[in-house]
Design a protein around this ligand. Structure first.
Ligand code: ATP
Ligand code: MG
Length: 380
């Protein structure tokens, strides 16, 4: 009863799902990924690849015909096409959920309707909508592309009236929304899973440090009070109860200055802030995702070792081939994604620094500083 698993997207997340799948030969016999980049990261760890755009209808149909079960590592697949092929294969999370989540405006409207706290927002179809919104929310505010954004590339922070036109032109031709800026105390996230039988489990709250809108580090567990951790978990569970579909969901949140929790966005997939689970926990988010979509019992989500995950990003001023990254150290786990070319701020890999010898987060943070000084991505 071993199944063929299809994954839309074969980047690092697809790669780590494929690696987890290979450890379950009794459940998954073969992995096929759909990705536009030849020799994508997932294909380097044994997944077969269909080389095509994520939205390519014929390619999605081909993937559905070849797979018993489809999942995704990115949210930009064509949800309407996925809906069409639902008769040929099982898709998790459901295309319906994907459709809501992949449009930030629909996603936030959905959360709001379900009384889940989000930053105030409005739809922006014209420059006058934008001006109206800014009058309401003040400065700074964030103009966001509604779809296909990642690593903050779909955000424009408007600091003053002078920037309105530039911001609007930046997203010209795309659907947009405006969001009030939240001067948060901390960014946190919950990695939650639901299996096809309806069982829900969440990993403990983690703390995320962003720079230039990109995740740099995740601290697991988050340095927050029990009260904040419980509130975040409660909001994550409420969110899971209203969202349909099985699999992992990455729920990004802000902790406000007065310790309220606001959801920033949800990813219907494994999430960068869950990479710590590869070493910190009994079960990784990738194993958990597969267990969820296969209808197996979900694994234990406790964090056994405090861990810091640090992303390895391409330097800002360089594009091209780079020398292999070598990093060793006690309880340091390096994972490179097999991307040949570095691009500015491209995610090339990550490492986990794991408190296996009883280190606290504070001690791990000190070690991290010394490691960061040695971490260089150099041209070949
Ligand atoms: P990802 O990095 O998760 O791929 P993305 O490109 O879809 O994300 P968002 O998550 O919407 O973008 O925003 C990226 C970052 O910008 C957030 O992690 C946060 O640091 C900042 N940000 C987003 N919305 C707000 C807001 N309303 N107020 C303050 N900061 C915000
Ligand atoms: Mg985000």
């Amino acid at each position: 009863m071993s199944k063929v698993l299809g994954i839309i997207g074969g980047g690092q997340l697809g790669m780590m799902i494929a690696e987890a799948a290979k450890k379950m030969p009794n459940h998954i016999s073969k992995i096929i990924v759909l990705d536009p980049v030849k020799n994508c990261p997932a294909s380097q760890v044994g997944a077969e690849q269909i080389v095509a755009d994520f939205k390519d209808k014929n390619a999605i149909i081909e993937l559905a015909k070849k797979s018993d079960i489809i999942t995704y590592e990115i949210e930009s697949g064509d949800s309407d096409v996925l809906k069409l092929v639902e008769n040929d294969t099982v898709i998790n999370p459901s295309p319906e959920t994907l459709k809501i989540i992949q449009d930030k405006f629909l996603q936030k409207s959905f959360l709001l309707q379900n009384h889940i706290p989000v930053a105030p927002f409005i739809q922006v179809d014209s420059i006058s909508d934008l001006e109206q919104g800014l009058k309401k929310f003040g400065y700074p505010s964030l103009l966001k592309a509604r779809r296909d954004a990642y690593d903050g590339r779909g955000n424009f922070k408007i600091n003053s009236i002078k920037e309105i036109k530039n911001a609007f032109d930046y997203f010209k031709g795309e659907k947009m929304m405006l969001e009030k800026f939240i001067p948060f105390k901390m960014e946190v996230s919950v990695i939650a899973a639901r299996n096809t039988k309806g069982q829900i489990k969440t990993f403990p709250l983690v703390e995320n440090i962003h720079e230039d809108n990109i995740l740099r580090e995740t601290i697991a567990p988050a340095r927050v009070s029990k009260k904040v951790a419980n509130l975040a978990e409660e909001i994550a569970k409420t969110t899971m109860n209203v969202l349909k579909g099985s699999g992992i969901f990455g729920i990004e949140m802000f902790v406000t200055q007065n310790d309220q929790i606001i959801i920033n966005e949800i990813a219907p997939r494994v999430h960068n802030s869950g990479h710590h689970t590869l070493q910190s926990s009994e079960i990784s988010q990738f194993d958990q995702h597969l267990r969820a979509i296969l209808g197996l019992d979900l694994g234990n989500t406790s964090i056994i070792y405090p861990t810091i995950m640090c992303n390895i990003l391409g330097p800002k001023n360089f594009e091209g081939e780079y020398k292999p990254i070598e990093m060793t150290g006690p309880n340091l786990f390096l994972k490179m994604y097999g991307k040949k070319i570095s691009k500015p701020l491209r995610k090339l890999g990550h490492f986990n620094l794991v408190g296996k010898s009883g280190e606290t987060i504070e001690q791990l943070l000190i070690t991290l500083e010394t490691l960061k000084g040695k971490l260089n991505v150099n041209p070949v």
